[in-house]
Design a protein around this ligand. Sequence first.
Ligand code: HEC
Length: 131
Amino acid sequence: MGPKGWEAIRRIKGVGSLFAALVLLNACGRSDIPARLPGGDPERGRIAFQQYACATCHIIPGIVGAKGLAGPPLTAWANRLYIAGVLPNTPDDLVLWLQDPPRISPGTAMPDLGVTERDAWDMASYLFRLK
Ligand code: HEC
């Protein structure tokens, strides 16, 4: 086999291990998330979604009027692997994202809404209940 053949095999193996890593992430990443996250109150989270106008930009299951399409729908949040394609989807990282998206991902269309840490935990605890 010539160098081209080996190159092709290397590429296929690379894709294979990326796939395996994703499957692994999916398998072990999600089961460790408790229904009620530490420090977060999903019922307060409901109110916070309205206060910060998240609903104008996002579809959020169970939130009245949350039909916005400027941002991605937040459906089945607990099963997502990434936040905005840049952070692993863990409760801690979601809390960071909600408090200041442009700091995490410069140029993102989601603005810094001045979300407090407590409100971020409340909203995160709501989102991580969405399966
Ligand atoms: C002005 C519109 C706007 C508002 C208001 C807004 N977002 Fe976003 N949001 C976006 C956009 C656009 C993205 C995609 C960002 C990216 O990929 O860089 C996003 C991304 C996200 C993500 C990651 C989504 C994914 O699929 O990875 C979450 C979670 C999120 N927003 C939650 C919220 C919450 C909670 C609020 C209220 C505190 C909120 N957003 C307010 C526009 C908005």
